[in-house]
Design a protein around this ligand. Sequence first.
Ligand code: B12
Length: 441
Amino acid sequence: MKILLIKPRWNVEGRFCQSMDQVRGTPLSLGILAALSDGHAVQIVDRDWQPLPADGRFDLVGITVTTFTSEQAFELARWARRRGAKVVLGGVHPSILPKECLRHADAVVIGEAEYVWKQILLDAQASRLKPVYQAQCPTRMDDVPMPRRDLLAESPWVAYVQATRGCPHSCAYCYLPSVPWSCFRKRSVELVREDIIRLKKKLVIFVDDNLFADRRYALDLCGMLRSLKVNWSVQAPTTISEDEELLDAMAGSGCWHVLVGFQSFNAKSLEQAAVFHNRVEDYKALVDRLHARRILATGFFMFGFDSDGPDCFDGAVEMIKRIDLDGAKLYILTPYPGTKFHGKLEQEGRLLEGSRSAQFGWYRAVFQPKMMSPEQLELGVQGAHDRLLEHFRKRLPKTIWRYWKMGLGHPQLAKTLICGALWRSHRRRNADALELEEDRA
Ligand code: B12
């Protein structure tokens, strides 16, 4: 069969910073599906960087779907069906809302694909696709094949790698606690090593939900990474803070950047988000410990919790400066289907009617906040973002001074970070409609 695998555009709001063009986050999911498609002709298209094939017919088209890309994905499904292909949708959104997705596809996959994809190919070939496929159990990580990176539009100098899946936390804004494949699983260190060696890249980004859920495993992984002499970055919970041995192992094995899920400076908001492991008074110590080991620290923050008033933005900007973060990602709390937050807001009638799924990308308010208007929330986040951009720009010489050695070893990374910091904040452009038009054409 001729198979086309598509990742819709993530950059629907024109809010990707320039550095994303350079890093080119590629869809590991589609690389994995391609690796499971032996004997078929497979092409992968990442709509952030690549056009749709102008001609050519495909027997099967698989599309990876998040909530904020679902409208586009349905449009792409129509495009594929008009050309006579059968369409399979998979990823987080079809996993949570299979019925909605099935209206636009011949089949949907609920959950992980590793144990069902081969059956889907057999069924598609025999023209007997079932509407829904779901694996009987979570994927064992050692059963995940090496992604077909030769088909992914990866950057020449950095790539995504996944060592573990799942997370033991139950944050109210995350869908994972509500699905049966949320349990923490680890790939054997040897296989992660092989994946990284094959990459032939000096920089690696781990996309794990929580790489640190098993301390012993994290230490072993660091031991292995040390021998490979790569530099790596990762998302981490604040729970790594007091583990000096782990922090030393991370630094010693080439970790240069950690994105920490601080989420809020408001203890009440943390409680509402069920992020019980974060303690605001300890944030600065974690940043200091990372800096002492020459690891850059970026913080993730969300706004719009029931205890967030209009003054939360100024407070957060001040705190971000005070704890001396090297970067901060500010998001509007977004109630994704399948999360506890979504259930609560739906029950309270606070989901804004008419919100399009393309607006579920954390830059729009799609619900009625308790202590401000949706517009105040959007403008508050945008304003805080702009003020911080100025702050980080001024702080750039300090970062360059601290990390010049790392920069010399990775000139493309240094260029990307500096350009990213100097890049002017995009004002909201409402570009999603235009993007859809383009896809339709
Ligand atoms: C890496 C990553 C990013 C990267 C870029 C990713 C990219 N461009 O490819 C960056 C940092 C840019 C990013 C940004 C954001 N992200 Co993000 N990201 C991830 C992350 C951590 C890993 C994705 C990945 O590679 N996973 C590994 C693969 C193997 O897993 P998978 O995609 O789930 O695929 C499996 C199954 O789902 C299924 N499957 C998937 N696709 C398909 C397709 C078919 C046809 C089939 C059959 C099966 C199938 O099979 C696969 C193998 O089992 C995920 C969480 C996660 N662990 O998945 C969040 C996640 C996708 N992100 C999320 C969000 C919310 C965002 C942001 C909006 C906000 C934020 N928190 O940062 C922004 C987006 C801003 C924007 N609009 O551009 C949410 C999406 C929720 C939703 N309902 O839509 C997730 C799920 C995190 C979460 N727990 O909520 N992200």
